[in-house]
Design a protein around this ligand. Structure first.
Ligand code: MG
Length: 256
């Protein structure tokens, strides 16, 4: 069974702690595994801890318009990018599984975007695509929440994508995944609205790691969100949005 790497908070670890899930237990780790964290002996029952976002990245690098069907739905077919469209979300936008997404007053439309997240395992700079796998620690689910009206209004995406709570991540990291062809789904109030396989990405994950690493150094624990399939839609207060990636699990959040 593939390992599940988490961060959690509990009575014994009120400030959060890295860990690994084993059956119904959480085994704490002295730090993130990608920075040499090691297992400690005492374990806690899974039901007694609260799961947090499983990473604390120095940056979240996102890719826009990376599935043909999404490009065609939201723009026009001849708008497919010639190179990856790279943007950043601030680490302060991260929330964990079960935490609430907050609708900012200045926006009239906040959308979900179900995405596969890649967690970097070691410092990556000028990496060749054929070596990219060596730099991956694992995979998680990401919701690239977007204030769609502000994205259009600003042109630049930092505000529309950067509000606090706009980057749900989790529920854990799995180190092994057939990332070249995995199903990514966005489930809105229990109904599957987004469904796309990573084999339909315009730029695949090794290409993205190589491309990004020639712009900026990727640090261990950094997160790449690889773009969303077609089917994005707005959320209202009280809505539930699940990002489901086959082989990882389900990241569930509600809109406050
Ligand atoms: Mg996105």
């Amino acid at each position: 069974m593939t390992r599940k790497y988490v961060r959690f908070e509990s009575l014994g670890h009120p400030d959060g702690c890295y860990g690994i899930i084993e059956d119904n237990l959480v085994r704490p780790i002295s730090g993130p595994v990608w920075l040499g964290g090691d297992f400690v002996t005492q374990v806690e029952p899974l039901e007694s801890v609260g799961l947090l976002a499983p990473v604390e990245p120095s940056k979240i690098v996102c890719i826009g318009l990376n599935y043909h069907a999404h490009v065609e739905a939201s723009h026009s077919a001849d708008n497919a990018p010639e190179r990856p469209l790279v943007f950043l979300k601030p680490p302060s936008s991260i929330i964990g599984p079960g935490q609430r997404i907050v609708h900012p007053e200045e926006s009239e439309r906040v959308d979900y975007e179900a995405e596969l997240g890649v967690v970097i395992g070691k410092t990556a700079r000028n990496v060749a695509a054929e070596n990219a796998d060596e730099y991956i620690f694992g995979f998680t689910c990401v919701n690239d929440v977007t204030a769609r009206d502000l994205q259009k209004k600003d042109g630049q995406w930092s505000r529309a994508k950067g509000f606090d709570t706009f980057c749900p991540v989790g529920p854990w990291i799995v180190p092994e995944l057939d990332y070249r062809d995995v199903l990514v789904e966005g489930v809105h109030n229990g109904v599957v609205k987004q469904s796309g396989r990573t084999s339909l990405m315009i730029f695949d994950i090794p290409y993205l790691i190589s491309y990004i690493s020639r712009i900026m150094t990727l640090n261990p624990g950094d997160l790449i969100s690889t773009g969303t399939p077609a089917g994005i839609a707005p959320m209202k207060s009280g809505d539930t949005i699940d990002v489901r990636v086959k082989g990882i699990g389900t990241l569930e959040n509600k809109m406050a």
